[in-house]
Design a protein around this ligand. Structure first.
Ligand SMILES: [Zn+2]
Ligand SMILES: [Zn+2]
Length: 64
């Protein structure tokens, strides 16, 4: 089996938009610390998609 251990570019998958961006230019999600790319950060996105959904939804049982 061939393991891809060689990574010349430090690309990581943004958990907000799903694009692969440079990890060194990205930011961590303020809630869980996962990778958010600089493009999303410039748009004001500071949370990953999952955390953003939690923030937007709030408590599920709150609004019944
Ligand atoms: Zn992104
Ligand atoms: Zn998150």
């Amino acid at each position: 089996m061939t393991a891809e251990q060689i990574r010349e570019h430090d690309a990581m998958t943004c958990r907000a938009c799903g694009n692969e961006e440079r990890a060194s230019e990205g930011y961590p999600c303020v809630d869980c610390g996962t990778f958010i790319c600089v493009v999303c950060n410039m748009k004001g996105v500071v949370r990953c998609r999952e955390c953003q959904a939690k923030q937007g939804a709030g408590a599920p049982n709150a609004s019944a």
